[in-house]
Design a protein around this ligand. Sequence first.
Ligand SMILES: Cc1ncc(COP(=O)(O)O)c(C=O)c1O
Length: 341
Amino acid sequence: MTPVDLRSDTVTRPTGAMRAVMATAEVGDDVYGEDPNVRTLEERVADLLGTEAALFVPSGTMANQIALRAHTKPGDEILISRDAHCWRHESGALAAIAGVQTQMLPGHTFTAAEVRAAFRPEDPYQSPSRVVTVENTHNMGGGICWEPAALTEVTAVAKQLGLLAHLDGARLWNAAVATQTSEKELARGFDSVAVCLSKGLGAPVGSLVAGSRDFIRRCHRFRKMHGGGMRQAGILAAAGIHALDHHRARLADDHANARALGEALVGAWAITVDLARIHTNIVMIDLERGTAAAVVAKARDEGILLGVACAQRVRAVTHLDVDREGVLRAAKVIAGIAAAM
Ligand SMILES: Cc1ncc(COP(=O)(O)O)c(C=O)c1O
């Protein structure tokens, strides 16, 4: 039986239709700015996000890191949500590459008052707060979405304090579908936005960083410095354009499958799933006994691939390559393993 791979939405493979557009994509040298598909993709994403410009980069990590580098100087501070990807899962790049320090805000989402309380002004003794970053949806928060009104409050307080606002929108597409709010609306008020094509949208590679023309010009230099200039990248950009055209609305199916997985686990022995936190395509499964690593290992033997979020929390992510039957099979296996622990 084919394994059900719920480790991440990054595991999707390009569909036949996507491979076909990649195979016939017109290309040029993008380091010279000559790739027509890259240009089209950058314009399309800037338009979707309501920014002046956008830049195609190989990964979400690079999109976040060059944005935060372009916004800061070494010794500056970034205010960041709990467990933020660009702090927890980007190999220490903020410290190693941008040379900044972070101050963690208390929650996966946070309030304008918490930003105000954490803010540190320019002062010879302190690292001045320069940027506040928001992650929407929040990966380690279980794919939760920010309330659009809370985003407006946070970006407004940032402006008052003279802070720049960065949005890690690796899964902004999911947030837009789940909250029925356009990406442009969710990105309003941010000075920079990172979005990924290679997660729920199902493209093999690629992310973009978006913002003002001047900011993107600075990012362009950092992309080159980080080795992210690509040549005939139109093959990848064409996959991204196809993903934007064909795979955004269908994210609702992934969200419904995540909910079905969560609902099938409610009442299972020694398991807790908080259905109220399943906003999009990520399900966090809390264990009362045993370890997440043990559940993941046993599930693998039964053809169900899962992730470890922390010691007693298993993470399952739905996507293009798993269907309802797969998630229900996964629920049965997980419940069986937990009951036997
Ligand atoms: C919220 C968030 N931001 C950024 C990234 C980084 O993306 P990439 O794996 O393309 O570097 C991820 C990856 O999962 C993510 O979940």
